[in-house]
Design a protein around this ligand. Structure first.
Ligand code: SF4
Ligand code: SF4
Length: 354
């Protein structure tokens, strides 16, 4: 695993336009719209997912953000206030904060407390190791006091697999962080503090059944480390950014895309997260999801592009906007489907089969 971002390596795939060109040029992969049989539309905005920037204390091999310690993109106070204003005006119930390591952004705590004052549910997409990092000693208590829901990456209960994907000693530090959060009441029975774990495959395969894997995680993490958690989400690796670069470098790109296309599952379309989510980047620009954000595919519709200048009319248009799709979207519709809230269907059956 390289410890450098694609940007620092000077990789052509650091450029979102180059990623889109590469993905759409795959002749063996049919256009996503032909599988879809029409256009996808949003049906409201229930969640505002805010990516506060690319700065991270890790450089994981599969990262779809190309985040790392060498990145400098970071949300300003002005944009954070515009995000809070939008939450209030649009009466959006959930603020989902992601990054990078979102807690490293200077606006993180303002976003959390501002959204909680508005009565929003707040989610922190946390890499766990930041909870033990110097300078963040009071972060666990801050999250607990504000009843922030934690969604934490732990792609395996085995040390070797986690360290291979996320870096040396990440597993042991993640386990320590989980134990600390359990001590604060996170993820333990009879507590309202939710601690969800996220599994994503280490290699170029689709995730296994979510409920079966959750049972394995519960048993192994309890027996080995005494750790409890609320639920497990399984997420498919999207063929973009560092995971795409890794697939290409290993000569596994075509095979992976074929696997996603062959297991296209039409029953996932109803629940695709882009239909009820709006995504905001560190500069305030708007997208249908965090993946489209990383590919620089902004929302359709003129003048609806930035959180700073959304009037009520533009907001209403965004609620039913057409979604911008591409071949990367096969990552959301393969098998049981995939979203930031895990799988979308209990059925792993593929298109046309019951
Ligand atoms: S996957 Fe998460 S923790 Fe890893 S580099 Fe990307 S943003 Fe950071
Ligand atoms: S990547 Fe997934 S969530 Fe994003 S637009 Fe495509 S189908 Fe929707």
């Amino acid at each position: 695993m390289s410890e450098l971002t694609l940007l620092r390596q000077g990789s052509p795939l650091a450029d979102p336009a180059e990623q889109v060109r590469f993905l759409e040029a795959s002749e063996d992969v049919p256009p996503f719209s032909t599988k879809l049989g029409g256009r996808l539309h949003a049906r409201g905005i229930e969640t505002l997912q805010v990516n506060v920037g690319r700065v991270c204390n890790q450089t994981c091999g599969h990262c779809h953000v190309d985040a790392g310690p060498d990145r400098r993109e970071s949300m300003s106070e002005e944009i954070a206030e515009a995000v809070l204003s939008l939450l209030s005006r649009a009466k959006i119930g959930t603020l989902d904060i992601t990054g990078g390591a979102p807690e490293m952004n200077p606006q993180f705590r303002r976003l959390v407390t501002g959204a909680r004052q508005l009565g929003c549910r707040v989610i922190d997409r946390c890499n766990l190791t930041i909870l033990l990092a110097p300078g963040y000693e009071d972060l666990p208590e801050f999250l607990a006091e504000n009843e922030v829901e934690i969604v934490a990456s732990l792609p395996c209960y085995l040390e070797e697999n986690v360290d291979r994907q996320r870096g040396d000693r990440v597993f042991q530090r993640s386990i320590q962080a989980l134990q600390r959060m359990n001590q604060l009441g996170y993820g333990v029975s009879d507590s309202s503090l939710e601690l969800s774990l996220v599994y994503n495959p280490v290699g170029p395969s689709r995730p296994p059944d979510q409920s079966k894997l959750e049972a394995d995680y519960r048993r192994e993490l309890q027996q080995r480390y005494g750790i409890q958690f609320t639920r497990l989400y399984t997420i498919t690796n999207m063929p973009i950014s560092r995971f795409l670069a890794d697939l290409v470098a290993r000569g596994r790109y075509e095979e992976y895309m074929q696997r996603l296309v062959e297991t296209f599952n039409s029953s996932t379309i109803e629940g695709l997260m882009c239909r009820t989510m709006l995504s905001v980047d560190w500069q305030g620009f708007l997208y249908d999801c965090d993946f489209n954000q990383m590919l620089n595919l902004g929302v359709a519709g003129q003048g609806c592009g930035n959180v700073r200048d959304l009037d009520d009319e533009k907001l209403e248009r965004l609620r039913t906007r057409p979604i911008v799709t591409g071949k990367h979207c096969y990552g959301c519709t393969a098998g049981a489907g995939s979203s930031c809230q895990g799988s979308l269907s209990t059925s792993d059956s593929i298109e046309g089969t019951p």
